[in-house]
Design a protein around this ligand. Structure first.
Ligand SMILES: [Cu+2]
Length: 129
């Protein structure tokens, strides 16, 4: 291979990596904070997507996700946690808490009502206390 070929191959790989990152990469990964009452709480802004869109919690303790919907676009008017059989309406410019207790570790996707916008709840095994 001469230099030109190497440049083409390397930039091709870089482009593929960029595309993969853009479509599948984790945008923002945040651990929930634990409140005094033992609830794992996090604020999520809903605006053309979820921010943060990857939330890390522990199994076996209640979770409270406060969705603040900062738009009126109908896409985001509903949030669905299929694995937990939860669907909530999110009124515009209001905070809607979604509460449940993940009993087991794993990765659980949540979506908008149309399955377009996505977020991921990463449930880690409970710590041995
Ligand atoms: Cu949608």
């Amino acid at each position: 291979m001469d230099t030109t070929e190497i440049v083409v191959v390397v930039s091709g790989i870089a482009l593929v990596a960029l595309v993969l990152w853009y479509f599948f990469g984790e945008r923002e990964r945040v651990a929930a904070r634990v409140e005094n009452d033992g609830v794992q709480e996090i604020d999520i802004t809903v605006k053309g997507g979820y921010s943060p869109d990857v939330v890390v919690v522990r199994a076996g303790a209640p979770v409270r996700l406060n969705f603040y919907r900062d738009e009126t676009a109908s896409c985001s008017e509903r949030v669905v946690f299929g694995d937990f059989r939860i669907a909530r309406e999110l009124p515009a410019f209001e905070t809607t808490p979604v509460e449940f207790t993940p009993e087991r570790a794993g990765e659980f996707t949540w979506t908008c009502g149309m399955n377009m916008m996505r977020g991921k709840l990463v449930v880690e095994p409970p710590t041995d206390a």
